[in-house]
Design a protein around this ligand. Structure first.
Ligand SMILES: [Mg+2]
Length: 445
């Protein structure tokens, strides 16, 4: 009898795409991002070829630091039994989060926590592939007791106990077969940020906003926060292009102090923004509560930079947000996002995930689809962000039809990037970056 298969590979890659050249992704705080992934592949000796892919998203410089943080977790994972890991990803999640030395660099925040998220998500990708299911379905089919066992309740039991989580998940199962059929037929609602990058001209904004509505989107989003006169003009342009029946959100990417956030949002209110996103620091729970109280009926949304379940808990406890924006690659992976989805369900706050970047749409769709089928049971006032960039580098890219995400069918977490893309865009020695460095050397000073 052969030995039980183990995790035998832990390969990391610093992958960077030159998006700053087109101002795709430009906003008030991040004018020239090069969308990047600190990427990890878990290999096994199982002989079935199944791998686990995961990554943290960054926007360029520092992606090497993120890769180094992932590398620092290698010893926790290499040699683990594949069957044990796939049966209980929470075991890996707890051992990574609890690393007694790395913990000092957090705890549970920043580069080290994002590294945990990358590895934990790779484990879930492996588990879903071996189960032969897309991740959303693996989660939706799972026993509520097992899902509860995957959540670390430390620091959140004052808002959500394991028994309360179990009750939510049991109630969420009622009618799940019908909802799964609806999901497979109609997909999950999306909104698009593609028209609204700050670096785009008014003409490009109007054209892309009109195209978004023609494509079936019922919500778009504009970046704001650099210059008020510009924002008023751009909001007017976008509102004229989409008409009154389409929702328009605005996103300040943390640009403002609390008072400024209130004044600026009020100044844009005549264009009927549906939500104002990241009005101020993602750490400022009470600041968000103050903004929310002052700008209603404009809703307040945040989450893409919220570092862990504890801050999400406080945002909910303080009544600081109307919309909660999970990110698949910011916190400690699927296990912590289960905790956050459960907290949102407990407080009755809609989750509208952050996506875009590199592969964030591919990942986070699975979490929302699970939530619809087997937890909150609704897509009302829920939309997943969609940005039309870089999907061509993924082996199982998202599919958008009439403004909705089609449910992925392939086993796994849709996380795997094409080997050619990894090779070409690895920094600094991949073909693309090497050619660019050579060209810069040849150019006259
Ligand atoms: Mg945002």
């Amino acid at each position: 009898m052969s030995a039980a298969p183990r995790i035998t590979g832990f390969d990391t890659y610093d992958i960077r795409f030159p998006t700053s050249g087109e101002l795709d992704g430009s906003d008030a705080m991040n004018p020239d991002p090069d969308y990047s992934a600190a990427y990890v592949v878990l290999g096994t000796d199982a002989g079935d070829g199944a791998e686990g892919h995961g990554f943290a998203f960054t926007i360029g410089r520092g992606n090497d630091v993120q890769v180094a943080a992932i590398e620092a977790l290698r010893h926790h994972v290499l040699g683990l039994r594949v069957d044990e890991v796939c049966a209980d990803p929470g075991l890996v999640s707890r051992s990574l989060t609890g690393d007694s030395q790395l913990r000092w660099l957090g705890p549970e925040k920043g580069v080290t926590h994002m590294a945990v998220g990358a590895v934990v998500n790779a484990v879930w990708d492996l588990a879903a592939r071996r189960a032969g299911k897309p991740l959303w379905k693996l989660l939706a089919d799972a026993d509520p007791e097992w899902l509860v066992s995957q959540v670390d309740f430390r620091y959140i039991t004052d808002a959500l106990t394991p028994d309360e989580a179990l009750a939510l998940l049991r109630a969420g199962r009622e009618g799940r077969r019908e909802r799964e059929a609806v999901l497979l037929e109609h997909g999950y609602p999306a909104y698009t940020t593609s028209p609204g990058w700050l670096g785009y001209s008014d003409e490009k904004l109007a054209r892309l906003a009109g195209e978004a509505v023609a494509d079936g989107f019922t919500q778009i989003k504009l970046k704001v926060g650099a210059d008020l006169a510009d924002d008023i003009r751009r909001c007017r342009t976008a509102r004229a292009a989409i008409g009154d029946g389409v929702r328009m959100a605005v996103d300040a990417n943390q640009r403002w102090d609390v008072g400024e956030a209130i004044a600026w949002t009020r100044a844009l209110a005549e264009f009927d923004p549906y939500w104002v996103e990241e009005p101020t620091s993602p750490d400022d729970v009470l600041g968000h509560a103050a903004v929310r109280a002052a700008v209603a009926p404009v809703k307040v949304a945040t989450g893409e930079h919220v570092q862990n379940r504890i801050v999400f808990k406080q945002l909910l406890q303080a009544g600081a947000v109307d919309i909660l924006q999970i990110d698949a690659a910011r916190v400690g992976g699927v296990n912590e996002n289960l905790a956050i989805l459960l907290l949102a369900a407990r407080f009755g706050v809609p989750v509208c995930p952050h996506a875009g970047g590199v592969g964030l749409c591919e990942l986070v769709q699975h979490l929302s689809m699970f939530d619809y089928v087997a937890l909150s049971g609704t897509t009302r006032d829920r939309v997943i962000e969609y940005v039309g960039h870089l999907h061509e580098h993924f082996l199982d890219p998202v599919v958008i039809r009439r403004g909705r995400y089609a449910a992925p069918a392939a086993p796994g977490f849709s996380a795997a990037m094409a080997p050619e893309s990894i090779a070409r865009y690895t920094f600094p020695h991949g073909e693309y970056w090497a050619a660019r460095a050579a060209a810069a050397e040849e150019a006259p000073a």
